[in-house]
Design a protein. Structure first.
Length: 694
């Protein structure tokens, strides 16, 4: 089997392909991958120019060992999507250094197609989709370039242009097929699930929280979920999106650490799975809404207070949350129903639940946060009811000049004491943590709830977008005869945070997204940029609803609407019929379309030369070469014999020997000779006619 050498003209498309596939992946991969990419591209281009040699076997071994070592070190012994992507990327880049044959080019292009598909595991928005279409065109151009004849006479620039045009035609022809397959081909679930992150959940919320954790999340504008209500939405003050209930208090190095608890058996809290879970009747004050939640690598889902599971695979927990049976390694859309004003656990608490929500851990040497416990005792003694004690503690925050900030000072060992009596400045988690601690010190069951508060409403679509900076922590207390009541101490200090959202509340302080670089949200004070951001958000929302959310159930509903009850068989018939029709029409088009080759100036001149002489039956015969044609013309027009011989000899040299002959001048001379021959033949014909008349 013969080896086909790598076409030099294909290298440009190949390097562009690697770059366009690598660029979005670099946002997810370690920074050292960038140095590998830059080094490989420079090295390969210098090899193309003939200035640097191919790497030797020793160099290859060293480079491969360094690349694999870098992947293993950055992975820290874990196997996840980033480590796998890094390995494939490094292998692709190193393969570039040893390209010698066409087969090597094929391997790199197919690896690039694989990496392009891997990128969709990280992000699936409309912008990255359009970018991927561009990347497919570039990869196909590189593939076409690899099939171009290495011995062809066309210049490298012409080959590059031809490859780009050919791949664009192929891509445009494939679009109708892609749309038909997307709508009619049976939808399948993912073939596998992968942990997308190496360390923590993608959204940042974890099953434990120290008071400073949520403040770190608020420096990110990453999308968490979108919500659309089926009908009127509740008041914005009720937009508390519950994700986790942190009811287990620990001390870590003398500081508060809140965690999610487990049931006495050691398993997760009891979960009632749909359709066996409780569902409130749809009535005023009860809301149905659809949530599109981004991947979290965890099972928790978000919902308002009084939440109920409404889909298979979703269940309701005893602490008023919903969970998924499977971890969210991919974006998930689901329906939820909530009754925010309902009374929860009004009848009382189970012993284990009460004990868990009163638990306070102590230091080995002494009682932690003694000043906070003294404050709790003071409030307990001076107020007759639990409701009054809650109100008294909330008043304490207002009376002592507390402030709200994303950058609180580091708290001392007894962090709740330090916050309540010294620093008096903190984020929502500081207020929720201190509130629950004091409530428990008074013997009132209380817990911390972590989730998100508020969201941005898109006026065109009506959907609510919740981002990372909307992360929030608040408290819940259990009151006799009332049940669990949501209490947000932050609202006492920074009511604008609850009413307007974090962005508006901190707009004048310069703290919002302070650590973010380029962010459209951070620049939303510019009207045109803010309009652009809102339009992009609207576009992405429609993209998620119509394309990304086109799952098996949605497809079945659509096909049933089109084809009736026996939609599956009918849709397959339609699919087969459309494909047969498409390929039949395409075959006819190929068979009927005549190849259109662009003729050179000399070819056009020679055609005109023969057309002018055809009126005198002096055109070139199909079997006649230029030398024989020249002899026949000389015999027919002896007066122009020398000119005919010289010019057609030059034309023969031009076609076969290719000397340095000006094409434009030779074409002009050829047409001028045709005029001279025509005049000479006409003149001879006129003389013969005159002689015969006499």
């Amino acid at each position: 089997m013969s080896t086909v050498h790598f076409p030099r003209s294909a290298l440009v498309w190949l390097l562009v392909s690697i770059f366009i596939v690598y660029l979005p992946l670099q946002l997810q991969l370690p920074l050292w991958a960038m140095s590998v990419f830059v080094s490989v591209v420079i090295w390969r281009w210098m090899m193309h120019l003939g200035r640097w040699p191919y790497p030797t076997k020793v160099v290859k071994v060293v480079v491969v060992v360094l690349g694999i070592s870098a992947v293993l070190i950055s992975a820290q012994g874990r196997f996840h999507l980033e480590s796998a992507s890094s390995f494939v990327l490094v292998a692709s880049l190193l393969k570039v250094l040893e390209i010698k044959t066409q087969r090597d080019g094929f391997i790199i292009i197919f690896l690039c197609f694989f990496l392009l598909a891997v990128n969709f595991l990280y992000q699936q928005g409309i912008l990255i989709t359009l970018y991927s279409v561009l990347a497919v065109w570039v990869l196909m151009s590189a593939l076409v370039g690899l099939h171009q004849n290495t011995s062809a006479e066309a210049s490298a620039q012409n080959k590059v242009n031809t490859a780009g045009k050919t791949s664009l035609k192929i891509l445009l022809l494939s679009l109708p097929i892609m749309l038909v397959l997307f709508v009619l081909f049976p939808r399948m679930g993912p073939l596998w699930s992968l942990n997308l992150q190496s360390h923590q959940a993608k959204t940042g919320l974890s099953q434990q929280m120290s008071p400073g954790d949520i403040a770190k999340l608020s420096n990110s504008d990453e999308l968490v979920f979108r919500v659309i209500f089926d009908g009127p939405a509740p008041a914005q003050e009720q937009w508390y999106w519950r994700a986790l209930v942190l009811d287990q208090y620990h001390l870590k190095e003398g500081k508060a650490l809140w965690r999610t608890s487990s049931a006495p058996s050691g398993s997760s809290a009891d979960i009632d799975w749909y359709p066996n879970a409780w569902q409130p009747e749809l009535q005023p004050g009860v809301f149905d809404y659809n949530i599109i939640q981004e991947a979290t690598d965890m099972k928790w889902l978000v919902g308002l207070r009084g939440v109920a599971a409404m889909e298979n695979g979703i269940g309701m927990t005893a602490d008023d949350r919903i969970e998924s049976r499977q971890k969210l390694y991919q974006r998930k859309a689901y329906w939820v129903r909530s009754w925010p004003s309902m009374a929860i656990a009004k009848q009382g608490l189970r012993p284990w639940t009460r004990q868990q929500n009163l638990q306070l851990e102590q230091d080995a040497d002494n009682t932690s946060n003694p000043k906070s416990r003294d404050l709790a005792q003071y409030i307990l003694n001076n107020n007759a009811s639990d409701e009054a004690r809650v109100a008294a503690l909330l008043s304490y925050y207002q009376q002592k000049s507390f402030s709200y900030t994303l950058n609180p000072e580091v708290m001392a060992r007894n962090d709740i004491d330090d916050f309540l009596f010294n620093k008096k400045s903190g984020f929502c988690a500081h207020y929720a943590s201190s509130f629950v601690f004091v409530m428990r010190s008074m013997g009132i069951p209380a817990r911390v709830v972590a989730g998100y508060q508020g969201g941005e409403v898109n006026k065109e679509t009506g959907h609510i977008t919740v981002r990372q900076y909307d992360a929030h922590a608040w408290a819940e207390v259990w009151l006799n005869g009332i049940g669990w009541r949501s209490v947000d101490p932050t609202a006492q200090i920074a009511p604008d945070r609850i009413r307007l959202g974090l962005r508006e509340a901190l707009s004048d302080q310069g703290e919002f997204l302070r650590d973010q670089g380029l962010s459209l949200i951070k620049l939303s004070h510019l009207p045109w940029l803010n309009d652009l951001r809102i339009q992009l958000d609207e576009l992405n929302y429609y993209w998620h609803q119509t394309v990304l959310n086109f799952n098996k159930n949605n497809q079945a509903s659509l096909l049933k609407k089109w084809f009736g009850t026996d939609f599956f068989k009918t849709s397959l018939y339609w699919l087969a019929g459309l494909f047969c029709t498409f390929f039949f029409l395409l075959t006819l088009l190929v068979l009927w379309q005549k190849p259109k080759s662009k003729k050179s100036r000399m070819q056009r001149a020679l055609i005109k030369f023969e057309q002018k002489l055809s009126t005198h039956a002096l055109e070139r015969k199909a079997h006649e070469g230029l030398a024989d044609y020249s002899l026949r013309l000389q015999q027919a027009v002896p007066q122009q014999a020398q000119s005919i011989k010289a010019l057609l000899q030059q034309l023969e040299y031009y076609y076969y020997a290719k000397p340095d002959i000006a094409e434009k001048a030779l074409a002009r001379q050829l047409l001028h000779l045709a005029d001279q021959i025509s005049r000479q033949v006409n003149h001879a014909s006129d003389k013969n006619s005159l002689r015969q008349s006499r």
